[in-house]
Design a protein around this ligand. Structure first.
Ligand code: GUN
Length: 273
């Protein structure tokens, strides 16, 4: 069965719009985009379009590739101090000469709609409620919940240890009482681990999950999105062969991507004063 992220995300966006319509103050999301990374440009544009749809004001501030760290930090300080701005998101990746952690740490945790600042990550880890949960893991949990897929007690295998997906996803599953194995490029016997998992989340960016690795009860969440040799958008999972052999699978496109956007819009609709 297909986990239809496009359909579920539309339902979430309708709810977010209802929420936003009732707010006395209009949320304002500011997205900072550095350089000319084509996928980043597409993602940022999609975020802007989604914000417009739900009545959230959004602005994109663009900087050239050669922007200095100081210029970025100064802009973030200015946005932190601007009470009309309720959310700040710095699109990653940033150019090599910029310390991304320094930039992230400059964002006020109460405006950190990505949930990437040390305060929000730390709160997540110690079981406190952060101001914001990272959008992709939160979107994945929303998708699983919509299909009533049981997380409590599930054996979850996550492939990829990024700060954006793998690490926060691990923590969020643990907080939901799942047992998590976080796999990466040094993991031994990956195939065996995937085979025995109830839920597999793959966030690698290359073809890694094959038909022989899954079982008939597997729930497969594909976070990967990249172009194959023919220029076609694809994910980490060999969808054609895996789909008929598992219980649930999220497609690419139309799975995690739209859920991430909806989850981000949910975050952007939350205002802390
Ligand atoms: N680049 C890829 N995914 C993300 C994300 O969720 N947030 C930000 N800020 N940058 C990204």
């Amino acid at each position: 069965m297909i986990l239809d992220g496009k359909n579920v995300s539309s339902k979430i966006l309708i709810k977010v719009k209802e929420r936003v319509d009732k707010l006395k103050i209009k949320p304002h999301l500011v997205v900072i985009l550095v350089g000319n990374n084509p996928p980043s440009k597409i993602y940022v544009n999609n975020k802007k379009l989604a914000a417009e749809k739900v009545g959230i004001k959004s602005s994109i501030i663009e900087f050239p590739d050669n922007v200095t760290e100081k210029e970025l930090l100064d802009k973030i300080v200015e946005l932190n101090d601007n009470s009309e701005v309720t959310g700040i998101l710095v699109q990653l990746p940033l150019p090599q000469h910029i310390d991304k952690n320094k930039v992230i740490m400059a964002i006020s945790p109460k405006k950190d709609v990505d949930g990437f600042t040390p305060e929000n990550v730390g709160k997540l880890v110690i079981g406190m409620k952060p101001y914001f949960y990272p959008a992709t893991p939160q979107g994945i949990l929303m998708l699983l919940d919509e299909y009533n897929i049981k997380v409590e007690g599930a054996n979850v295998v996550i492939i990829g240890r990024s700060n954006i997906v793998g690490k926060p996803m691990t923590q969020m599953f643990i907080n939901r009482n799942a047992t998590v194995t976080l796999c990466h490029s040094y993991t031994k016997n990956l195939e065996e681990k995937i085979k025995t998992a109830d839920i597999v989340v793959s966030a690698v960016g290359k073809k890694i999950v094959r038909c022989k690795m899954v079982n008939k009860n597997s729930v497969i969440i594909d976070v990967g999105i990249f172009k194959d040799v023919n220029g076609k958008i694809t994910g980490d999972v060999d969808f054609k062969l895996v789909e008929p052999t598992v219980k649930y699978i999220s497609p690419v496109p139309g799975g995690v991507g739209p859920m991430t956007i909806a989850s981000l819009m949910y975050n952007a609709s939350i205002i802390y004063s």
